[in-house]
Design a protein around this ligand. Structure first.
Ligand code: FAD
Length: 338
């Protein structure tokens, strides 16, 4: 709904009126799951993300013909809610098992052909507004408004649901105009993340190492995997994703990508015995990679102001936590749970 078309209307009755136009900020697993639930319930949803593509930390980076899942590596499934979605996503051809990463027969799932494949499937029917960083929000008698770097957006919303990592959400909540949302600001302070430096590597020839390597804490490395061993990847490309240890990433947080490339490549060569030089290398810093202290509540929802928050930060460090948090918020927005 366009703001100017509403000028002069009566005050919105926030408590009881049906929510039709809903803004979801962030298109990671939480934002995409929320959008899907709300669209299926007949709501009109606009999803805003600062990135070029949806997926958030379920990301796939392209470099020419090379592809790297440089964020989340795989999805493990513990609860019935996520388990119940797998068959549908498999049928749709957007996820598959990655046998090399299974532990004791417990499967690990990846997006196909890339980790970011699930997001567009979930967002079907939503209006996607990509490459818009939301920098301001507020409420007035027309409802919620949002602002991007270019100024206030034209639409107004009956509800706003924020799914950003907590430090980014806190910045947005602190700038909220016209509404006291201190409980949201306070809750964001309780959530903590560890960073992760990631190194993407490609070699001219296959190197002699297992597909998945897990490392004990204390060194530079946490994980390294042959990305091209995942299903439906180009197995002719020898692509690797290396994740640094959380403490190591923290200690080297402000190093340049070039310094990190050299240090992690050295650690990778020592761990695998690989003497070959990569034909492609690129480092990426995830400042808010893994949740180390979750909120301990499934989501935040204020029915009067119609503001909500969901993310992995509410429940834990995994994709499934973001999914569960979003479902908890959708239940509250739709009035299925108080
Ligand atoms: C290196 C790494 C490895 C991981 N490995 C695993 C793993 O193997 N298994 C697993 O289960 N989990 C893993 N995770 C964690 C998993 O990726 C997250 O738990 C999950 O993806 C979080 O989803 P989310 O929707 O809560 O947040 P996000 O995916 O972070 O989504 C937030 C979205 O908000 C957008 N955004 C931010 N600020 C703004 C703004 N101002 N305006 C608009 N949009 C904005 C971002 O672009 C992003 O798309 C890993 C994460 C990282 C980084």
């Amino acid at each position: 709904m366009i703001r100017s078309a509403l000028a002069g209307d009566a005050l919105i009755n926030r408590g009881t009126a049906t929510m039709h136009n809903i803004a979801v900020i962030g298109a990671g697993m939480a934002g995409c799951t929320l959008a899907r639930r709300l669209i299926d319930a007949g709501r009109s949803v606009q999803v805003f993300d600062k990135g070029r593509a949806a997926g958030g930390r379920m990301a796939t980076r392209a470099a020419g013909r090379l592809r790297f899942d440089h964020g989340a590596q795989f999805m493990s499934v513990r609860g019935e809610a996520l388990q119940g979605r797998l068959a549908d996503w498999q049928r749709a051809g957007v996820i598959a098992q990655w046998p090399a990463a299974a532990i004791d027969g417990d499967p690990r799932w990846v997006g196909v052909p890339g980790m970011n494949a699930l997001a567009p499937r979930l967002l079907w029917g939503a209006e996607i507004r990509s490459q818009i960083a939301i920098t301001g929000m507020g409420a007035d008698r027309l409802g919620w408004w949002l602002a991007g770097e270019a100024g206030m957006l034209a639409d107004c919303f009956d509800a706003v649901l924020v799914t950003l990592p907590a430090p980014q959400a806190a910045g947005l909540f602190e700038r909220c105009a016209g509404m006291d949302i201190k409980p949201f600001i306070d809750a964001m302070q309780d959530i903590r993340y560890a960073p992760c430096w990631t190194l993407m590597l490609s070699f001219a020839e296959r190197i002699g190492a297992d597909d998945c390597l897990r490392f004990d804490a204390g060194g530079a490395l946490n994980w390294a995997a042959r990305d091209s061993s995942k299903p439906q990847r180009d197995s002719a490309q020898e692509c690797w994703v290396v994740h640094a240890d959380a403490q190591w990433s923290q200690d080297h947080l402000e190093c340049s990508p070039e310094e990190i490339e050299a240090l992690l490549l050295e650690a990778f060569a020592a761990a695998t015995g690989c003497a070959a030089m990569p034909v492609h290398r690129c480092a990426h810093r995830w400042r808010y990679a893994r949740v180390i202290r979750p909120l301990g509540r499934p989501c935040l929802w204020d029915a009067d102001s119609r503001l909500g928050y969901a993310s992995d930060g509410c429940l834990g460090e995994r994709i499934e936590d973001a999914f569960d948090s979003a479902n908890a918020l959708a239940d509250r927005v739709l009035g299925l749970v108080d």
